[in-house]
Design a binder for this molecule. Structure first.
Ligand SMILES: NC(=O)c1ccc[n+]([C@@H]2O[C@H](COP(=O)([O-])OP(=O)(O)OC[C@H]3O[C@@H](n4cnc5c(N)ncnc54)[C@H](O)[C@@H]3O)[C@@H](O)[C@H]2O)c1
Length: 164
């Protein structure tokens, strides 16, 4: 069945491929991106598709759309980009997750969060099982990304538990 799917960070590296895949599977896609690291070039081949919609928006601000599923990929992923504005990086993971989870909760829909192995910091266990809590520096240069993503995992757990 055709679904309307929101992809945040849809103009990024992973997001643009995900948008393409979801469209090819017969879905409608709403791509939300503030173009911080993503580009229109990544999605220009999708712009003429009537089932593809692009919204320039920063997910640290609330968004109200009617959709059936959410993939939350928005967040700069490379150190040079996420360290450029560490407060915005943290806000994207934390405020962005709160906003997207709020939407998912209101609509009672599934949401996927793109986390990262960086939540383990500098791990002392290899490979890392789900039970491993990590070895993370809260005040290092990577902390805005690592701790933001860790907080997002916390939010996903506590808010999703309240949806079901
Ligand atoms: N690429 C990897 O190897 C990798 C590994 C682990 C996790 N991830 C996660 O996957 C996701 C996508 O990674 P990617 O490699 O495609 O990165 P990317 O930088 O290419 O894509 C991120 C997208 O999010 C957008 N964005 C950033 N902040 C935003 C905001 N506040 N509001 C709206 N849009 C915003 C950017 O403009 C960009 O289009 C990220 O959440 C990243 O942390 C990626």
């Amino acid at each position: 069945m055709k679904k309307r799917i929101l992809v945040t960070g849809g103009a990024g590296f992973l997001g643009s491929h995900l948008c393409e895949r979801l469209l090819n599977e017969g879905n409608e896609v709403i791509c939300v991106d503030n173009f911080y690291t993503g580009t229109k070039d990544n999605i220009k081949h999708l712009l003429g598709n009537p089932y593809f919609e692009l919204i320039r928006h920063d997910i640290t601000f609330p968004l109200y759309v009617e959709v059936d599923e959410i993939y939350n990929l928005a967040c700069p992923a490379s150190p040079v980009h996420y360290q450029f504005d560490p407060v915005q990086t943290t806000k994207t993971s934390v405020h962005g997750s709160i906003n997207m989870l709020g939407l998912a909760k209101r609509l009672k829909i599934k949401i996927l969060q793109a986390s990262t192995s960086e939540v383990y910091g500098d791990p002392t266990v290899h490979p890392q099982p789900e039970t491993y809590w990590g070895n993370v520096n809260p005040i290092g240069v990577r902390s805005c990304y690592d701790e933001g993503k860790r907080c997002a995992e916390t939010l996903f757990l506590i808010i999703i538990d309240n949806i079901n």
